[in-house]
Design a protein around this ligand. Structure first.
Ligand code: AMP
Ligand code: MG
Length: 494
């Protein structure tokens, strides 16, 4: 038997014309060390997991040796950062080493994040400290386990180098996997220069890769825009239903594939509050929890702007078309969100009265400063007494203030066509009990950075693999931070 190929590349982005990227080898690293390989993901991507964990695999993950077929590039993009347009961004600390096809034939980018300087690094060193690598690994894999479209973590390695920030920190590289890394900002880069041909080239690439149905549409650019809008609406509805705050929804951090990307200053909310902000650099609260849907729509408007010349020769007509699609966003978002809230409350659907039901629940959570995740989880337990599931009652119960609301909800549940046991199953599958809480992520980062100990990191990943299954021996991973453990701010990975 011939040994399975360790991995085979097919690099479609690197076949685009030169202006879309710069060829760039990763920097070499003095003393790489493997932290973790995501074996299941490797296997799904047709990458030999044993090879990946071997010295040869490590040499690739650390940027020291590119395997046959790799064609490392840094891609160029622009973007609106906190509302202001920056015409020149790009992969400043990330290198796309190539694309692979998974077992279903779906194409994925393999990118080394923290692999050294590129022509787009500006003043930066192109490196990443260990902390952001650990954070992204944990949070992106947790999002995946909760069913949210997201980039993923294939591996994490230390480089043996020191990285200089406000303190000296160990360097590390995350291997990131994405359906593609094409951002709203990728189109903005060319559109801002008036390079409509390049916008069209990239659009065609996107159609091949993510939107094959758009090819035969009357106006392919409009079909792509509509589909991106739907995927964004669905994605943000998922974020809102889980209490996830992205933290830096700049247009260069919004993927057209509809996956979540860029786990920098992100956080899962504990106490519910729509104005919640964790990002240290978001002084105005632009990317606060409750603003995320509106920001997504604002970002889509920037995308529409890029596509106008491809919609119609007549600019007024083009604007009219784009506007029509954009105007649908709130409805599409709310219908996706309502459906998710219905699932969280154990209902088949959500009409106007039910909307009031979840709004009142959220208002109570806010008033009583309740943990968003545990409140919904506890509700799932109360929906049916099956005796088969372990309860979180030791770490969360509702105060008497909730009694009238709980009675209302129980009456509504009785009118629902769902059987109580089915309703409970639905709720348990929609309301995670384990989320990557800030203090847990921080603890994993601190022990790794200070002591070189990755036990907390590995253990947390094990718990988060099954976010919907509670085991009381893992109670410490489910409870909110104690006052002294609270993490009030999160930071960009830079
Ligand atoms: P972000 O806010 O993480 O999305 O990054 C915004 C821009 O800054 C992107 O173009 C990044 O490539 C670039 N960047 C961030 N950190 C670094 C770094 N350490 N070295 C070089 N470029 C960086
Ligand atoms: Mg970014």
């Amino acid at each position: 038997m011939t040994p399975a190929k360790k991995l085979s590349f097919d690099n479609s982005y690197a076949r685009l014309p030169e202006g879309f990227y710069s060829r760039q080898l990763p920097a070499t690293t003095p003393q790489p060390g493997l932290i973790r390989v995501n074996r299941d993901l490797a296997t799904a991507l047709n990458i030999d997991a044993d090879w990946l964990a071997s010295d040869d695999g490590l040499a690739m993950l650390a940027g020291n040796q590119m395997p046959e077929g790799a064609d490392p590039i840094a891609t160029v993009y622009a973007g609106h950062q906190f509302g202001s347009f920056n015409p020149q961004l790009g992969d400043g600390r990330a290198i796309l080493i190539g694309e692979v096809l998974d077992q279903q034939g779906q194409r994925f980018d393999i990118q080394l994040k923290g692999a050294g300087r590129t022509p787009y690094s500006r003043g930066g060193d192109g490196k990443s400290p260990l902390g952001p690598v650990i954070r992204e690994y944990i949070v992106s894999e947790a999002m995946f386990a909760m069913g949210v479209p997201t980039t993923r973590a294939l591996a994490a390695v230390t480089t043996g180098e020191q990285v200089y920030r406000d303190q000296v920190l160990p360097g590390a590289i995350l291997t990131r996997v994405a359906k593609s890394h094409i951002r709203i900002g990728s189109l903005q880069f060319f559109a801002a220069k008036g390079q409509t041909d390049a916008v069209e080239t990239l659009l065609n690439h996107l159609i091949q890769r993510h939107f094959p149905d758009a090819e035969s549409a009357d106006i392919p650019a409009l079909a792509v825009f509509t589909e991106v809008m739907h995927r964004q609406a669905e994605l943000i509805a998922q974020w809102q239903s889980l209490g996830f705050i992205h933290g830096v929804m700049n247009t260069d951090n919004m993927l057209l594939s509809g996956e979540t990307i860029d786990y920098g200053p992100c956080a899962f909310m504990e106490e519910y509050h729509p104005g919640k902000v964790f990002s240290s650099i978001d002084a105005q609260g632009r990317y606060a929890f409750g603003n995320q849907p509106a920001i997504a729509q604002w970002n889509l408007a920037q995308l529409a702007q890029c596509l106008l010349p491809l919609l119609d020769e007549n600019m007024e007509m083009a604007v009219e078309m784009a506007q029509q699609v954009l105007n649908e966003f709130p409805d599409i978002f709310f219908s996706a969100y309502r459906q998710r809230m219905a699932a969280k409350l154990g209902l088949t659907s959500c009409d106007e009265d039910d909307e009031k039901l979840y709004q009142d629940f959220l208002a109570l959570l806010e008033q009583e400063k309740c943990d968003f995740t545990l409140a919904f989880r506890r509700l799932s337990e109360l929906s049916h007494s099956s005796g088969e599931i372990e309860s979180i009652a030791d770490i969360f119960t509702f105060s008497d203030t909730f009694s009238p609301w709980l009675a209302r909800w129980q009456t509504r549940q009785q009118q629902d066509p769902l059987q109580p046991s089915q309703a409970q199953q639905q709720m348990l599958a929609a309301n995670p009990v384990f989320i990557p809480r800030n203090h847990l992520v921080e603890e994993a980062i601190q022990t790794a950075t200070q002591d070189g100990n990755f036990d907390r990191f590995h253990q947390l990943l094990t718990v988060l693999e099954q976010p919907f299954h509670y085991h009381s021996q893992w109670q410490d991973y489910a409870r909110p931070a104690k006052p002294e453990e609270r993490v009030l701010q999160t930071f960009c990975g830079t």
